[in-house]
Design a protein around this ligand. Structure first.
Ligand SMILES: [Zn+2]
Length: 235
């Protein structure tokens, strides 16, 4: 469908929808001495049409601009959406690339009083079984230890991808791959060491390969996935 025909058919849909809303409103809701049960039923229909309006408006690109309405606000000439209001739903194409939001980064050198005040983006999506979290925040004062110590949490952009108990964590300072824990979680936290610090007998237990180029620059890290007994591919 071209943009022009989408606009034309959307305009027609909106005309019909607004007509239906006016019809219910004028014919039933505005009527005096309507039995309460009937009034409630028509009120429900009106609410449902309102939901349809909200969904339909997601398709509108507000091609014809805005007109002034009551309270000095601007409303779209086609769908009636007030300019600047946040939409509660997203419209995504079933086929092709889906785009939600834009890449945000810390945008202030100010130290915010709380995590909430410092947060720019905090969102997640379940996508075909994988989970993706994006968290972007400015600097803030930590409430750790009930505020007894002054700790400032650095600004950061953290992207986490979770799949089958594994996690890929990317922030401004590191890339962290976490495998599912073997059996019960072990306390304290796992040890960590640089590769050259470990003896060969230990390294041979880790299915990790380092990829590097002819100039000895790190290109990537490969971890061969430990297959659990009884797990089949595709599950
Ligand atoms: Zn519109």
């Amino acid at each position: 469908m071209t943009a022009d025909s989408a606009r034309t058919s959307l305009k027609r849909e909106f005309r019909r929808l607004f007509h239906a809303m006016d019809f219910i409103s004028n014919r039933y809701l505005a009527r005096k001495r309507l039995p309460a049960k009937l009034a409630a039923a028509f009120y429900d229909v009106y609410q449902q049409l309102g939901v349809a309006w909200e969904y339909l408006a997601l398709q509108c690109r507000h091609w014809d601009g805005y007109r002034k309405v009551r309270g000095g606000k601007l409303a779209c000439r086609i769908c009636g959406t007030i300019k600047g209001t946040e939409t509660r739903w997203l419209l995504l194409p079933a086929k092709g690339q889906k785009i939600i939001g834009r890449q945000t980064r810390p945008n202030s050198s100010h130290v915010f009083p709380s995590k909430q005040a410092a947060t720019i983006t905090e969102d997640s999506i379940q996508f075909h079984g994988a989970t993706l979290h994006v968290s972007v925040h400015n600097r803030y004062e930590s409430r750790l230890f009930r505020g007894k110590h002054d700790i400032t949490i650095a600004d950061d952009r953290i992207v986490r991808l979770l799949e089958n108990g594994m996690e890929c964590w990317l922030d401004s300072y590191s890339l962290h791959l976490k495998l599912p824990p073997h059996g019960k979680p072990i306390k304290p936290l796992p040890y960590s060491a640089f590769v050259w610090e470990l003896p060969k007998r230990k390294l041979q237990k880790f299915p990790v390969m380092l990829e590097y180029d002819t100039r000895d620059r790190l290109q990537g890290v490969v971890i061969l996935r430990p297959m659990r007994r009884g797990t089949k591919k595709g599950k």
